[in-house]
Design a protein around this ligand. Structure first.
Ligand code: 2AM
Ligand code: CA
Ligand code: CA
Ligand code: CA
Length: 281
């Protein structure tokens, strides 16, 4: 039994119910996304389902907590600068919900079943609740600060591998980024021969949930936004793992180049990326 379902309007209960409702809806709409448009480039996709999911999530949160602030991907203009600015304006709010209505939109559009809904709640800049929901496997990962991380009532721990050579790790490529793509290619080239293997499955939030669950031992990606990372970061911390930026600085909402591991391989992965000049800094 999870410790997060308390009576009344617990933040966690609202995060769980909201992610579950949005996730069920996007799964229902799979293959029928009404209109597909591109944002900044042909690689940067958005569907009516991304927007509908975000609207649904905003409305549910507002119903329960009308005075809380909400930062959601589809409420922000495309591009790194607009995202950073939007976060800056909101990061010191007492309560800030950070929402990715579909993480893995490219997968969603192509019917590749690896996408998620990511919802985090930050209290004065510190993430206190994180939920990542995978509607394809009906797995809802939920963490509360200081209380651990659970999926289907089972407490999660990170993997035990202490060498990169025994570790399955993942990364991601925002395909349109002239900056991030070459950095990621160098990183992949350096990590692949040292790790057991590397996966690139297309949802940062779900990759991070998999690190929390011990299914992956590490994940890194350059050029993400707060809504890709916030919930997953808490999942990993509560599973006993480590989350920093790729330079090794502690996780904060402003981190865009993320390095998230079981802790044991953190330094080896960080060093491997640094030697390859693949940290983005
Ligand atoms: P999204 O599906 O919510 O857009 C895949 O490598 C990861 O990068 C996904 O989490 C994806 O989130 C994110 N992503 C996709 N396009 C991006 C872009 N243009 N800039 C930053 N992140 C992006
Ligand atoms: Ca997107
Ligand atoms: Ca995302
Ligand atoms: Ca998204």
């Amino acid at each position: 039994k999870t410790p997060f379902t308390v009576s009344g309007k617990s933040f966690t209960a609202v995060a769980i119910n909201t992610a579950a409702k949005a996730g069920e809806w996007i799964k229902l709409k799979l293959g029928a996304h009404a209109s597909l448009t591109t944002k900044s480039t042909p690689h940067d996709l958005v569907t009516e389902v991304d927007k509908g999911s975000e609207t649904m999530i905003r409305n549910l949160i507002k119903t329960h907590f009308p005075h809380h602030s909400i930062l959601g991907e589809e409420g922000v203009a495309p591009g790194a600068e607009a995202s950073a600015q939007a976060l800056k304006e909101l990061q010191d709010e007492e309560y800030l919900w950070i929402v990715d209505p579909i993480d893995g939109t490219t997968n969603y559009v192509h019917g590749f079943p690896f996408f998620s809904v990511s919802i985090a709640l930050a209290h004065r800049g510190e993430v206190i609740v994180g939920v990542v929901y995978d509607p394809n496997r009906d797995e809802l990962f939920v963490a509360e600060k200081g209380k651990g991380v659970y999926v289907k009532g089972k407490r999660l721990d990170v993997s035990k591998e202490s060498k990169l050579s025994e570790a399955l790790v993942a990364t991601g490529f925002p395909a349109d980024s002239k900056f991030a793509l070459p950095v990621n290619m160098k990183g992949l080239q350096a990590v692949a021969p040292r790790a057991r293997n590397v996966r690139v499955a297309g949802s940062a939030a779900l990759h991070m949930a998999y690190v929390a669950a011990g299914r992956l031992s590490g994940f890194w990606e350059i050029g993400l936004n707060s809504w890709d990372i916030a919930a997953g970061a808490l999942l990993i911390q509560e599973a006993g793992g480590q989350v920093t930026d790729t330079a090794g600085q502690p996780y904060s909402l402003a981190v865009r180049h993320v390095l998230a591991t079981n802790g044991a391989i953190h330094e080896e992965l960080r060093e491997t990326l640094a030697k390859a000049q693949a940290t983005g800094f």
